[in-house]
Write a protein that binds this ligand. Sequence first.
Ligand code: G3I
Length: 359
Amino acid sequence: MKLLAPVAALLPFISLSQCLPSNAGSDTSGTTTATSALPSGTSMGVLNTLAQGIGKKYFGSATDNPEFTDSAYMAILESSEFGQITPGNSMKWDATEPEQNTFTFSGGDAVVAIANSTGKIVRGHNLVWQSQLPSWVSDSNFTADELTSVIQNHISNVVGTNYIIGYAWDVVNEPFNSDGTFVSDVFYNTLGSDFISIALNAAHAADPDAKLCINDYGIEGSGTKSTAMQNLVQTLKANSVPIDCIGFESHFILGEIPSDLQSNMEAFTALGVDVQITELDIRMELPETADLLDQQKSDYETVIAACAAVSGCVGMTVWDFTDKYSWVPSTFSGYGAACPYDSNLVKKPAFDGIVAGLS
Ligand code: G3I
């Protein structure tokens, strides 16, 4: 699918180097320019510092290995703006165990190395998901016992051997349909919902100190899917299965932030789990306009302020910080501009919205 060129890229450039984050260092790419037709972010607030200042553990970003050759991008990713990173793809099953019992850790290792050298924590993402699952698992005819062993072996190797990452794992990703039923995949179809406790127990055995999360979208506001996730948490807790956190992915559409986001977070934390905003972006129908960017600023503030107000909402992660590497345009035709930095790595008004939400 062809990406739409941002309007900014089509208009005359002026230098906006004063809009760079204070800690981004001097830009060497020559691409940090923007048009005066659209407003930029102006805040010099440092996101992770602000988040920690209000008692959160981190403000972070997803990233992906192909981006590591982009020096201007890396200057921001590695800066103190972000205290946490999530690998967008390189710790998933297809990347780590493409063939049975053949493990490849180089992609995830590179993410961990960046985190370690820049003092960031890592959210491991993810261990059991129907997507990006190699066919030797998804198309298998494993018995329940065999698939249990396959899950346990995958997790003990990925978590236990290589990625003692010191923070959290999305152990189970996106287990529910929008109507609150379980996704019909090889895990559920073979093991029923037991695959969830099998995975969580295996992750706990591999790294007893890691926070273990279930991550999903469409659970951010109250409703059938959110209720299903809350019921799952209660069942897991009642059966002494280790579950520490629920990830609210938060892939939102402009102007459609759930009005009960905060109270829904509180409904989860009341069950004894933390909440994390794990994949925040807010997409708009292109082209960007000043009005849309202003609405996006307000929406980012709303989301971040909700987490800020809930003590059990421990951190927030954007699903990459720049429109340059957003997954949105290739997935939602005609939509994009979802991130707090534009495709030229210049802060957008959304950045100021995040700062306002953290203040
Ligand atoms: O690795 C192949 C490469 O070999 C091939 O040449 C290329 C051609 O298209 O594709 C590459 O795979 C792509 C992969 O990202 C790695 O770049 C896939 O096509 C592409 O579909 C895949 O997209 C990822 C998507 O998950 C897949 O479900 C996105 O980058 C990633 O940001 C996205 O992340 C998910 C979270 O894990 C879960 N929540 C939703 C979120 C957004 O979809």
